[in-house]
Design a protein around this ligand. Structure first.
Ligand code: 5RP
Length: 260
């Protein structure tokens, strides 16, 4: 799949296909390792999707193989994560098998100082949000390039829609101030999520002034399955610096008013 473009070139362009020793990949690994400290034996874990989560799967798989964690069960948010977790020996269950999860860990495309997120450039937004909402705690892992002051600064807003009449949403999306673009795969065909739905990426001219209002308007629209807004859902963001004097430094940022 061709991921939609983001405004920042230096960080996100490195998300796929670069050596694992690049500063961005090192930062992702550092954030993933810190998040692993929040995992205890016996937990049911929500496992997100994307290049940052691959590092979390790696360190989780290592901890299980070394006997440092046991009784872990993971719920994968995508086929990609399912395949990778399986190969690393991480036991998996379906979300149908668990009423609730202890902890969800996932990456993000943007996070604000309030810990609001845009997710879904990897196309797994619906399952990711379902897993997050079923979890008692949600920890986001990110390199510092994902930090924004306001949502929409670097990433479009992914909106998953049912295939039926998808084009009829475009004027509605424009009325919200967005330039909508159907996401396409590397083969040029419409990208379909693991649920078989297309995604329309909403590009805003600058940032999104009132994400909650846009979210409410999108939810009003029949045929919209899910949006990439994750507002008020994160309990903490673990962020690792990529460059400068603080490169590699990891900060655990709890959401205001919630325990670290
Ligand atoms: C997938 C997601 C990912 O968490 C998000 O796109 C971040 O991915 P990456 O870690 O590769 O930058 O929301 O739907």
């Amino acid at each position: 799949m061709t991921r939609p473009s983001v405004d920042s070139t230096s960080v996100h362009a490195a998300a796929h296909g670069e050596p694992s020793t690049s500063p961005v990949e090192q930062a992702k690994r550092a954030a993933a390792s810190r998040a692993l400290e929040e995992v205890g034996s016996g937990m049911i874990l929500g496992l997100g999707t994307g290049s940052t989560i691959r590092h979390f799967l790696d360190v989780l798989g290592e901890a299980i193989a070394a006997g440092r964690l046991d009784g872990i069960r993971g719920v994968a948010t995508s086929r990609d994560t399912e395949t990778r977790a399986g190969a690393l020996g991480i036991p998996l269950i379906a979300l149908e098998e668990a009423e609730s999860l202890d902890l969800a860990v996932d990456g993000t495309d943007e996070f604000t100082p309030e810990l609001d997120l845009i997710k879904g450039l990897g196309g797994a937004l619906l399952r990711e949000k379902m897993v997050v909402q079923a979890a008692r705690r949600f920890i986001v892992i990110a390199d510092a390039g994902k930090a924004v002051h306001r949502l929409g600064a670097r990433a479009p807003l992914p909106v998953e829609v049912v295939s039926f009449a998808w084009r009829s949403h475009l004027p509605y999306f424009r009325s919200l101030g967005a330039s909508p673009e159907l996401r396409r795969g590397e083969d040029g065909e419409p990208f379909l999520t693991d649920n078989g739905n297309p995604i329309v990426d909403l590009h805003f001219e600058s940032t999104i002034p009132d994400p909650a209002a846009v979210e409410a308007r999108l939810r009003d629209r029949a045929g919209v399955v899910e949006t990439g807004f994750f507002l008020g859902l994160a309990d903490a963001v673990v962020v690792a610096q990529v460059s400068g004097d603080r490169a590699g430094e990891v900060t655990f940022i709890p959401a205001a008013g919630r325990p670290a």
